[in-house]
Design a binder for this molecule. Structure first.
Ligand code: LLP
Length: 420
């Protein structure tokens, strides 16, 4: 159930009025619901209860320390893709032994740090990466736990920009050569083969492609084990889609229960890497209307949020619902393009939205918990917004609004740069 509800016309997240959050912390501002994050995590964790498992939250979706902390307390593991994300999860108190390291471009420094931290597993994406890992583990005198990310060549039927499991994609090791690469990996002295991994894309709305990937990964697991290479786990990735508008989504509780039943008796631990599903619907972006600008051809609501806070609409043509925080009986609804202050025509958060609004009104952009703040930039020297976590009737600031001076604190004028 959504914790986002109207009470006497005023939009609340859990027990907190969003108008109060905006007054206290300013706008634009991201607000997240702790209970919604926990409920979404539980769907995976409880669904897999019948089998040995670890749900590794994909940190890239929303990497705020408080969000990581909420999930850590629930027993989550973490899927990271950079040394920066490793530093974050450790700063949030996570056990390195529950961390997976994914990504196609792990640097030597990142690998060394992750080896020294003794992470759970490296999801290796290429043969050169295997060699680099073997050499670095050897130099440190440790064994690197590895899993190969295979590309199962399954069409996730999602936006091409976020589809990752098709042949010809930069991700993973081609399915057809995976067995051979496993044989090689098993011979490298400083590696220890632990598992198989795949991830076919994001915002997936149908269970069929995910199930097809499971079939292919399990067939490969059988072949690898038949070749005498023992596996400890299989990682089926993330990708579970959420409702932004009116999409029918995968029933995660049912899906994971079926998966657990299927994995029963195989002696393989099940890993998942969901990101968006855990945090996506748990967050909103609050923004105030600066001006209503009426043109012959169009009506614009110019708001104080922009593509620098939320790039998804411009980058993927993504649709985020936009609603007034306080429902006033004022006037009839008119169609507005909701645009930000950035000097780009693509700085649009929503088009043709029917709203009864006036200058100064507060709007909430929904389903903004995933790939939102995490992808925010400082374009136009805009400080990134504050983030707030709501827990019952309390609201906690979990990140302060950036200060303008900190945006150029690492820069120098020419005079300063030329000083010896
Ligand atoms: N594991 C790996 C290896 C991934 O690359 C990703 C996401 C995930 C797990 C988590 O996927 P999720 O459960 O969140 O779908 N910025 C885009 C989404 C990019 C997803 C990248 N990889 C967006 O805003 O839609």
């Amino acid at each position: 159930m959504s914790a986002l509800q109207r009470k006497a016309g005023a939009l609340h997240l859990e027990g907190v009025a969003l108008e109060d959050v905006a007054r206290r912390f300013g706008t634009p501002c991201y607000v997240y619901s702790r209970s919604m994050v926990e409920a979404a995590f539980r769907e995976f964790d409880e669904g897999l209860a019948g089998v040995d498992h670890l749900v590794c939250y994909a940190v890239k979706a929303n990497s705020n320390l408080a969000i990581l902390d909420v999930l850590r307390r629930m027993g989550a593991g973490f899927d990271i893709v950079s040394g920066g994300e490793l530093a974050r999860v450790l700063a949030a108190g996570a056990d390195a032994g529950r961390v997976l390291f994914s990504g196609v471009g792990k640097s030597e420094a990142e690998i060394r740090t992750a080896l020294a931290a003794r992470i759970h597993c490296f999801n290796v994406e290429s043969e050169p990466e295997l060699e680099r890992l073997d050499a670095l583990a050897g130099a440190l005198g440790v064994k690197a736990p590895i899993s190969l990310r295979v590309n199962p060549d399954v069409d996730a039927k999602t936006h091409p920009y976020i589809s990752t499991g098709l042949a010809g994609n930069k991700f993973g090791i081609p399915y057809g050569s995976a067995l051979e690469v496993y044989r090689r990996a098993a011979k490298l002295r400083n590696l220890e083969v632990h598992g198989i991994d795949c991830h076919i894309g994001s915002q997936i709305l149908e269970a069929a492609p995910l199930e097809e990937a499971v079939d292919r990964v399990l067939a490969l697991a059988d072949a690898v084990q038949a070749a005498g290479i023992r596996l400890k786990h299989v990682d089926f990735g993330g990708g579970f889609g959420i409702r932004y508008r009116d999409e029918a989504t995968i029933d995660v509780a049912a899906y994971t229960r079926t998966l657990a039943a299927r994995m029963q008796g195989r002696g393989l631990k099940v890993l998942l890497e969901p990101g968006r599903y855990i945090v996506g619907n748990a967050g909103v972006l609050l923004t105030r209307v600066e001006y209503l600008k009426v043109d012959k051809a169009k009506r614009f609501a110019v708001v104080d949020a922009s593509m620098s806070e939320l790039i998804r609409p411009m980058l993927y043509d993504a649709w985020h619902e936009i609603v007034p925080v306080t429902q006033s009986a004022r006037g009839e609804a008119l169609a507005y393009d909701i645009v930000g202050p950035i000097c780009e025509s693509t700085d649009v958060l929503g088009t043709g939205r029917s709203l009864a609004i006036a200058g100064g009104d507060l709007l909430a952009i929904l389903s903004a918990g995933a790939y939102a703040m995490a992808m925010a930039s400082n374009y136009n020297t805009r400080p990134r917004p504050a983030e707030v976590l709501v827990d019952g009737d309390k609201a906690y600031e979990i990140r302060s609004r950036e200060r303008v001076e900190s945006l150029f604190a690492d820069e120098r004028t020419l005079d300063a740069a030329m000083k010896p």
